[in-house]
Design a protein around this ligand. Sequence first.
Ligand SMILES: [Zn+2]
Length: 586
Amino acid sequence: MKTALTIVSWLLCLLLNPSYGLAGEDGLDASSADYVFRNGKVYTLDEKQPWAESVAVTGNQIAYVGENGGSAKWVGPETKVVDLKGRLLLPGFIDGHNHYVAGAATKRGVNLTGSQNTEEMLQRIRDYVTANPQKGAYMGFNWEFPMFGETGGTRQELDAISRNKPMIFFNEDTHHVWFNTQAMKLAGIGKDTPDPVPGGSYFQRGPDGTPSGIAIEPDAWQHMAIATGLFGGKEMLQDIVDEVLPLMPKLGITAYHDMGIWAPDMPKGYLGFELLLDMEKAGKLPCRVVGNYATRDGKASPDEHIQALKEWNVRYRSDLVQVTGIKVWADGVFLAHTGVQIEPYADQPDTQGESDWTSDVLARWIEAAYSAGFDVNIHTDGDLAARRSLDAVERVAQKLGPSARLTTLHHLPTIHPDDIPRFAALGVGANMTPVWLVDYKGQYGEANRILGKEKVEKEYGLLIPLLEAGVNVTFGSDIPGTDVAEAAPLFQIQAAVTGRVPGSATTAMPPANRLPSLRQMINGYTLAGARQLRMADRIGSIEVGKLADLIVLEKNLFDIPPDEIAATQVLLTMMNGKVRHREAGW
Ligand SMILES: [Zn+2]
């Protein structure tokens, strides 16, 4: 009788609760979940069961998703039961474009954000130097040209603080560097040093031709940054990684797509992957990383780079880390008139931007990558860069036939509307940085000035048309294009859904019909991100059998005013079945 009852209740369970059956198929033991989350609002991103109350986790896998009642049997003597008290449980956020290792390299030292003038910047630098006398060199970030006023930024201003130790300070988009005399000397730069790219990357100079203190664009400052010892080597990367990666669980990020790990000297990116593997071995890597081999060299043959990528793919492969793609730059940025445009720039009608990465070149690289089994990620800023990339994918598809490989275009501030349906037709993905769709640091206003109002109206920030066309759209904060703290997906989501940078009084917003919904943003930061990483069978939604990457939020984002999203705390972050962050009391 007892057996009969057991069988009946088991059958009932099976009938009433389909996930129980699924759990059985996966062979997970129903009596010994490591964690059971109960009484929550679980937004699963699983179409079959969009909302649930409870989730059980066994090892690193999700074992149960459903109603509270169904999770009781997963609770054993060792099970940790978390009462969510109605809080929102989501899949861990997936950042689809970032440089947590390389990008953060330029966002260290003295933070100059918000300084009103040169004296304020110098005071912050002086304070920092006084507080850190042991350092052999000093760096900082986030100055802006207007802060200098008349002086324009000079070596002598910095020399007055330190004559013997090198100093370099990055501007807010990290394109330019303010340096002192010692930094210049160590790099062997002087009056006779030619400008690397006259008019493109160069030194501002005094009356006698000696560099006066500002280096424009990376070609001019890279060598100096390395010569000062501030850039380079495993130790520096280790410092950054120790500083930056622990932030990720606090922001709710459980996986990210790395778009190039080493900025000034790309092929050395392997050092970064070595560090990530070391961290993983020590149990300290808090997130999954899908990496790229990155190169800007459009004149090179793809073969030697693809060969290097093959080696990285074998060498840097673990539970949490893999290198599966190549990252290339189809152009520069419209803000510097280096984004490649279909029509000339509105404010500089003699230029459309230049790039070595024509459709022919891109097609060669895509074909080489696909043939070797790798995905392709392309930086595309101007509408012509996007069009060339789509042309290239189309050509490769015609030649190779349907491919399992994926090309994703990144940034896409402008897209010609004719090209939108081509993304969907060719299966090309899109990644965007949400704050750049709004007036982040005056960017929306700059777009109007540089690209022209007409083009901005027609082509700028076409996130909604992409989504409506069925394109896989993902999001990422792209440090150093934004600050490390702005990597928070909740900050980015609020910016996108409200049309303004959180905490700012910005009024220039994109039109309301270009603002995405909360659901679309969460999808982009979870399931769509997983598709871009080619991990949608394992992460991105809360389903039985998927890996346990989960976050608990302080407030239900669906119930609060959109301008409270960014300030919502991530209370708990689980990655691969392990709790990586937990607020006190949780
Ligand atoms: Zn990037």
